[in-house]
Design a protein around this ligand. Structure first.
Ligand SMILES: Nc1ncnc2c1ncn2[C@@H]1O[C@H](COP(=O)(O)OP(=O)(O)OP(=O)(O)O)[C@@H](O)[C@H]1O
Ligand SMILES: [Mg+2]
Length: 303
């Protein structure tokens, strides 16, 4: 059940559907720039640490996370691992204020991005979403929109204006960072839905990057993909980590070992809420875990 410390979150519409106050973009991703007209570009901010403090979460009266704290280091890849139902996706959704979209959802605790509480009353939902992007398990491009329009969709939704050439630069830079440019540069006007699953997922990564997030959350981004596409996405993540903090949920222990610097093992045993049993450097978690439950999980003995 909830207690006094609980923040009861009213259901809100998806903020990305509601344009924020318009800003103007006249440069591709970093470096930060001002437009020729003097209007501010989208803030790009640089690398940022994400700090979750004492996160407790409920769906109705069902407590699914219990005082989970985790620092996700700037410019690093943090992997969240653990058996099904232990609250990894819920935790991830709390990190960019998507949890509050569920009518019964409640939350206690704090999430700090680069020293600022994203749940503070002064903070707008749209700012958290823009700064902290999300890529889902199932690629979700807008199927009828062109590849180019998909990449630019976030700008439209956040009310960002840009010149044609700034948009062209942004499309190329985001698709390059997403590891897709070479494959699609000659068919940018083809529908996003016509790409393969792996390409669609990279398109979604490119779309997330277009609003210059400081953190990219990825919930099992490769679980629907073949090994080759998975490898391409992993390479993309490793390249992106120098400019965006990445948090990935994965059930694939090899993937966690290959891509992540830090790892957190979630567990909800016997119907109790999810907690982090152990976290730290990925190599230590896999080679010499402190907790026997971590050892059992990373060695595939349960879950
Ligand atoms: N929208 C929702 N309404 C009610 N309960 C939910 C909702 N989403 C998740 N839950 C419950 O919260 C708990 C944690 O679910 P969550 O999806 O966060 O787990 P997970 O670790 O991501 O699992 P998986 O590895 O299977 O994706 C589960 O008991 C789940 O049933
Ligand atoms: Mg999940």
């Amino acid at each position: 059940m909830t207690d006094d410390a609980t923040t009861v979150l009213p259901p809100v519409p998806d903020a990305l559907a509601a344009p924020a106050s318009p800003v103007t973009l006249d440069a591709p991703l970093a470096p930060p720039a001002r437009t020729g007209a003097g209007a501010p570009a989208l803030p790009s901010g640089g690398l940022a640490e994400l700090d979750a403090r004492e996160i407790t979460a409920w769906f109705g009266s069902h407590k699914v996370l219990d005082r989970v704290s985790l620092t996700m280091q700037a410019g690093r890849i943090t992997a969240l691992i653990g058996p099904s139902g232990c609250g990894k996706s819920t935790f991830l959704r709390i990190l960019n204020r998507m949890h509050e979209l569920v009518p019964s959802a409640q939350l206690a605790g704090e999430v700090w991005l680069d020293g600022e509480d994203i749940y503070s009353p002064q903070k707008r939902l749209i700012d958290a979403r823009r700064a902290i992007g999300m890529v889902f398990q199932k690629p979700n491009p807008f199927p009828a929109m062109s590849i180019r329009e998909n990449v630019l969709a976030g700008l439209k939704l956040t009310g960002t204006k840009a010149s044609r050439s700034a948009k062209d630069d942004l499309v190329e830079s985001c698709l390059t960072k997403g590891g897709l440019w070479k494959e699609v540069k000659d068919r940018l006007d083809a529908p996003g839905g016509g790409l393969s699953g792996g390409q669609q997922q990279r398109l979604c990564i490119a779309r997330s990057l277009a609003v210059k997030p400081r953190v990219l959350l990825m919930d099992e981004p490769c679980s629907a993909l073949d090994p080759t596409s998975t490898r391409v996405i992993e390479e993309t993540m490793l390249e992106l980590a120098s400019e965006v903090t990445i948090v990935i949920v994965t059930h694939n222990m090899q993937q966690a070992a290959r891509v992540s610097d830090q790892c957190a093992f979630f567990l909800a045993s016997h119907g109790t809420p999810g907690v982090i049993v152990e976290h730290g450097d990925t190599s230590a978690m896999f080679e010499s875990p402190r907790d026997e439950r971590t050892a059992a999980y990373v060695n595939g003995r349960f879950g």
